[in-house]
Each structure stands twice: as C-alpha cells, then as structure tokens.
Ligand binder design. Sequence first.
Ligand SMILES: *[C@@H]1O[C@H](CO)[C@@H](O)[C@H](O)[C@H]1NC(C)=O
Ligand SMILES: *[C@@H]1O[C@H](CO)[C@@H](O)[C@H](O)[C@H]1NC(C)=O
Length: 411
Amino acid sequence: MVEGGGLRVNKQIHRQKNRHTEREICLFIMEAIRATLIFSSLLLTVLAQKPVVSIEPHSVAVKQDDTVSFRCHVTSGAQPVQLEWKRPNNQPLADNVKVGPDGSVLTIASARPGNQGQYRCVATNTQGKGTNMAILTVKQPPKVRVTPAGQVKVKVGGVSSLECNASGKPRPSITWFKQEAGRELVVVSTTTLTSVTAKVKVTAPQDGGTFVCRAQNKDGTSEEKVELKVEGVAIEPKATVDQTDLTAVEGQTVTMKCQATGSPTPVITWSKLRAPLPWQHRAEGGTLTLSSVGRQDSGQYICNATNSAGFSEAYVQMEVDTPPYATTVPDHVTARRGASLRVQCIAHGSHPISFQWSRVGGAAISSGAKITKEGVLAIAQLKVTDSGTYRCVATNHVGNSETFAIVTVRA
Ligand SMILES: *[C@@H]1O[C@H](CO)[C@@H](O)[C@H](O)[C@H]1NC(C)=O
Ligand SMILES: *[C@@H]1O[C@H](CO)[C@@H](O)[C@H](O)[C@H]1NC(C)=O
C-alpha cells in the first residue's frame, strides 16, 4: 500500500512535472502575447498621440521698436501637426506680427505696447490639440500727463490739486516738485502708483509758481510743467528812491532811480512838482534820465508806483548848481566931485555868492569907500582920483564871473 502509494506518488510527481512544463509554455505564450499587446499599444499610443509643444523663448521683455521672435517646437505627437498662433480672446494678430511659412516662428517687428501679452502656439493633429504659451513684455520709456495742464489760477486761501499720471514699463517713479530759485523742492513722490496728486495750499502769492511732474524709469524720463498763478491778492506798492537829495552842475546828465514792491508789479511814472518834466528827459522802467540839466530843472521830482491796490510816491529833491553871472547896476556913472556913488554888483547863480570889488589898473579903492557883503560899492564924497574902471568878481562854489563899472568924476 505504501509501495503502491509510493508509485502513485511518483506518477503524480511526474504528471505534475509535465503539467509544470505546460503551464510554463502557456505562461510564456501569454507573456509574449501580452508583450506584443503592450508593444503594439505603445506603438499605437505613440502614433495616436496628441501633439506636445514648447516655445522658445518662453517669456521675453523687449524695448519699444525692437524685433522679437518666438519659435514653437513640436516635441511629440502624431504627424502631421498643424501649427497656429493665437492671442487671448481670439484677438487677431497685429499687423506687425508675422508667422513664418511652416507656422513655427512668430515674429513681432518693431514692438509696440499693444503687442504685449500672451502668444499661444496651438498644435493640431488627428488626435487633438496641444498648446503652449509665451509672454511678451514691451518696455516703455515713461510718459506723463498732468491735469490740469498749462496754467492754473488759484485764489489765496484755495487748494490746487495737480494730478500726474504716468505710464511706462517698468513702472516709473513719479515726482511732483516745485521749481524755486533754480532748486527742485519735492512736493510728493511715488514709486508704486501710476498717478500722484500734489495738493498745493495757497496762503500767499509765493505759494504759486512752476510745478513739474517727472516720471523716471531705467529706460527714460518724461516731465511736464504746470504754472500755478495766484490771483485775487493785490499788495499795495511801496516806492523808494536811491537818493532823496541830489545836486548836479549845469550841463550834467542826471539819473534818478526808483524801485517799487507790490503785487501785481506796480507801474512807475515820473513827474515834477508844479512843473512839467524837462524837455530832455527819458523815463525807462523806474529810471529817469535828464540830459544836460539847467538851473530851471531844479526842483522836486516824484516817482509814482501804481497797481490795482493803490499807489505810492517817493520824492527826489534836485538842485542844479550854476556858476555866477554878474552885472553891475549902473555900469556907467558920471558924477561931480563931492557927489556920492552907489554901484550894485548883481549875480545870478547858486548861492552863496561872494563879491569882491577892485580897481582895474592897480590903484586902490578910495579909503572912504564902503563895500557890503551884498556887492554894493558906495563912496560918500567922490574925488577926481576916484575916476576909473571898477571890477566886481562874483564867486560861488562852482565858479566866478567878473563885471565892470566905469566911473567918471568931473571936477
Ligand atoms: C489718472 O490715473 C487715475 C488712476 O490711475 C485715473 O483714475 C484717472 O482717470 C487718470 N487720469 C487721466 C487724466 O488719465
Ligand atoms: C500817482 O498815481 C495815482 C494813481 O494813478 C494818482 O492818483 C496820483 O495823483 C499820482 N500822483 C502823482 C504825484 O502824480
């Protein structure tokens, strides 16, 4: 039993061995079929694949007017593959954007801001579509726009809002500043906004002036000006002259200068107290010029500075010095011995004037003669020897003048 059993066991073992072989063959065949299936399905997968595309470069920033190209590569997918370029929302390609004959190269000639954004390469085959996307940035030098523009009028006590909008890529910094005495005083500035507003509070006329908005990025600078005019305040003029008193010598040219403060800028006029201005005068700005002055030009001159707030006067007192001009009254005297003599020397010219009497020819004036400061020569009792020519010299600080009186004494 045991033996028989052993034999059966052996037979079974043998059968089992045979079965093993069959199974192995079977497994092998199945394996082969599976491999073939995998291979062919792989093959089918490859052949039946949708296209896969990539774009070079993927993202690019160019300066305005530069030319740039994108190339779309098909990395896998069943041929034939059709390539197309698309913009978002099915916008048409701009007129400066061209696609090469095989559809793979897109060229943007002379780029402008409107060319910015996404460019999609769409690849199509029988199995479907594959897409990829590139991004174009067009760098722009800054451009500013100010509102209001040109000139703005504002009343004292008011506030003026000056807005400045700036475009540009990269985003420019924007600054409002005031030009004052050749300097730039920053009012407000931003690096994060596209618009900035300067609020100018006007409390005095000098709060007005020239305001400039400047936008700046590494590709350039742009600026625009606004003139802020303060109106409605007038400041009364105040006139002043360089010299309130002046003295000239006949024949000289005299210049008088007058300045005035006030707002609006005062208008300066010159006049003469109780007389017209000399014929030979020229008034220019605040300066009055008198050519070849004479004695009659002496007097008070008035500078009048006038604006809408009022007027202000400043005075110049001018004296014109003249040398003396002497005469004697009478200039011929005939008298009897023992009579009295009185001759007056008269002089025109700047005062003080002094007089000196003398005799022509060297003889002395009679010891009984009386001479006054006012130029009177008086002899109480004439002698024959008093006959002759008498000289009067009138002198002032400018010069002198001489004149003669002829005296004849009869016996
Ligand atoms: C300036 O920019 C602001 C904000 O960006 C905008 O609201 C405004 O309309 C712009 N102004 C002008 C004149 O373009
Ligand atoms: C100065 O100007 C004012 C205003 O024009 C006028 O009223 C005034 O009389 C002027 N003064 C003289 C001295 O001319």
